[in-house]
Design a protein around this ligand. Structure first.
Ligand SMILES: [Fe+2]
Ligand SMILES: [Fe+2]
Length: 300
């Protein structure tokens, strides 16, 4: 098991990543499809959301405190400069999944899946429903950006709900009060509704808080269809896809792609089971699928 940077910091404990993902299911117990079929009263939904915040585990709360404090506009631009040149490693996709798999949570071996198993569980659920091959592959790679943890990034800069920086933070982002400690929230250039953006500019022009989504999006950009790229880039953008915020920054393409992000969300969040998929048995299928879309080696 990989030792994360600082054991004394509760946000660096090895179960925070798992805890964040569990917390998403507590906040969104219904899949987007179930919600659309049986719309929850928005007031009730907000109430459940705030109840969730009150009862959140200390490690999750501490995680968001750090995340909201440090994810500034400058920080995001810095991380993009640091990582989007892809000068860290050379690996194939399967190799990257095995590399990521060093990052395991051994605090609860009965219920926790490895990173590779989560990827396979997501992609296998997509495959079982006869969805397109590019979508199965998108499921398989969607969390590979978590290799950022193995490059030494703190977890608050790898996982967590993402949100735009460079403009006002929505109060529908989980734990909005923690943005008080973010210097951007008192910067008049960055704290207005539009901030550095133009109305309807499109999400492609908007910088989201830095994390694993943006990183894997840029890796996959030359190789997957637009629908898959939206799934990768925005899968943690809960304030947009589950809370309906930031529409004023979207263009028509974003609006037409939202259904794909929601479509993907059900597989990411609601397919976790205790039956771990078998990577050895599945590897030949995935090697084949990867080879259809990606080159043998990629720069990370
Ligand atoms: Fe993710
Ligand atoms: Fe995931």
């Amino acid at each position: 098991m990989v030792k994360l940077p600082d054991d004394s910091d509760p946000t660096q404990s090895d179960d925070v990543m798992e805890a964040w993902e569990d917390s998403l299911k507590e906040r969104y117990p219904k899949s987007p499809q179930e919600e659309a079929f049986n719309p929850t009263d928005p007031n009730k939904k907000q109430e459940a959301f705030r109840n969730y915040e009150e009862n959140a585990r200390p490690s999750v709360r501490a995680f968001y405190e750090q995340n909201h404090r440090h994810q500034t506009y400058e920080f995001v631009l810095d991380k993009k400069r640091q990582y989007l040149g892809f000068e860290k490693k050379t690996m194939g996709i399967w190799e990257a999944a095995e590399y990521l798999n060093q990052l395991v949570d051994d605090s609860d071996p009965d219920t926790n899946l490895s990173q590779l198993q989560h990827l396979l569980q997501t992609s296998e659920a997509i495959r079982r429903e006869g969805r397109p091959r590019w979508m199965i592959l998108t499921g398989f790679i969607h969390d590979l950006g978590k290799v950022l943890c193995l490059y030494g990034e703190p977890q608050w800069a790898v996982v967590g709900d993402t949100f735009p920086v460079g403009c006002a933070f929505s109060d529908r982002i989980v734990f909005p009060q923690f943005f008080d400690a973010n210097p951007d929230s008192t910067n008049p250039e960055l704290n207005s509704k539009l901030g550095v953006y133009e109305h309807g500019c499109g999400l492609d022009k908007v910088h989201l808080s830095w994390g694993h989504d943006e990183y894997i999006y840029h890796m996959a950009k030359p190789y997957l269809p637009m629908e898959g790229l939206y799934m990768l880039r925005y899968h943690s953008f809960y304030p947009w896809h589950r809370e309906g915020q930031y529409d004023y920054l979207c263009d028509e393409t974003d609006r037409s792609m939202l259904k794909w992000v929601l479509d993907f969300n059900q597989y990411d969040l609601y397919t976790k089971s205790h039956e771990p998929p078998d990577p050895v048995a599945l590897k030949p299928f995935y090697e084949d699928l990867i080879g259809e879309f990606f080159p043998d080696k990629l720069k990370w």
